[in-house]
Ligand binder design. Sequence first.
Ligand code: BES
Ligand code: MN
Ligand code: MN
Length: 456
Amino acid sequence: MLNEALQYAQLHRDSFLTELKDFLALPSVSALPEHKPDIQRTAQWLAEKFTSLGLQNAQVNPTPGHPIVTAEWLEAGPDKPTVLIYGHYDVQPIDPIELWHSDPFKAEVRNDYLYARGASDDKGQAFIYAAVLESFMQTSGKLPVNVKLILEGEEEIGGPSLDPFIESHREQLTADVAVISDTHMLRPDLPCLVYALRGLCYIQVEITGPARDLHSGQYGGAIYNPIQALSEMLASLKDHDGHITVPGFYDKVVPLSEAERKILAQAPFNEQEFMQDAGVNGVWGEKGYTTKEQISARPTLEINGIWGGFTGEGSKTVLPAKAFAKISCRLVANQDHVEIAELLSQHLKQIAPPSVKVEIKRLHGGHGALIKLDSKYMRAAHQVLQQVFDHAPIYEREGGSIPVVATFQKTLGIDSIMLGFGLPDDNLHSPNERFYLPNFYHGIETVIRYFVEIGK
Ligand code: BES
Ligand code: MN
Ligand code: MN
């Protein structure tokens, strides 16, 4: 079964690529209402694809937001594990479009990279599973494990539909382990096993001062300017050592053990390259932690945007009525995003000068997660990655967020194995997103081997 599937995959690289290009041509941008019909078509496309592969019950499940695609194949038998495959078929918006070197929805290969929106995040990586299932079904007419698939269309907007869907389809989704390809490796020759993800808490703050924009000559000097108030409040959210000052913010953070710090320190990380890539001449972060720890294992608070008052051309002498900011925190496992939003809101209200009004909107949130290192599913992943890439995987904490991992733990009681095949310079969420094609094919080989290994 293994060799036939591997050989099939090897021989069908071109047709896999062609089909992936078709998938990428569907502009499934979840954030923009004008793409709602495209999202629907993409979900439909996937369901048809799964049916044509020989899977059962392929369905486009409507939700209050974007649909969730499910399918399954359970004929491996009760003595074989059931694997829940998760991916997201939605993509980020493409702006600024003028920085793309080719059409984001017309995938183009240049120097071993496939360029398109979603090439790596996550359509290209999710499509690996379609190629794997096809390789088994076309050669032996069956799979080495039972499989359930769930593909969502709201990941990039932190959508609210997935958690209730999982909750209400608990039985249908029961599995022994989940696999997700939506993360990256450190280098093309260095496979990675991500065992932790950060959570996210995203809020918007609105500060209101006077009842309307005022003449700054008539009123200026006697009224607390809401932009001034907001700036002071925001500036106080971190101290000079980079610690977040919101009371209770760190209470539930599990401290990094010395053993874990050692694991993290083993991952190759070059601070000079990190600075160069970011275009900065120095790093700044929480004292007492390495840069690597700051970007993966520690919670953060970042101001994502700030606006208010007069920002047009020229000058307008005005004392504005309102000021706004968007703030998000990356959280680590055990911190509850709802609780953190609450702490942050209370704190902002507490520190605001009495003459302004503070209103807070919660935009979205997701929990972080920590995956057990010593499970048979982790060990099998280690083994096949080592075999395919000829190098033992590096154990990594990912700074980004995939909220479903915590939901699977909480609702289904299963861990997720993150077999990520992206690369750090895939330009996720940016112009010229790309997927390194050798990783696409290595990904297919890895997952074929993985399914055979855990089905033994
Ligand atoms: N695939 C990414 C998560 C990711 C980013 C993994 C970087 C590895 C490296 C995912 O699609 C994503 O972008 N997640 C969002 C969270 C969401 C709630 C908006 C993120 O991390 O900002
Ligand atoms: Mn993703
Ligand atoms: Mn993303």
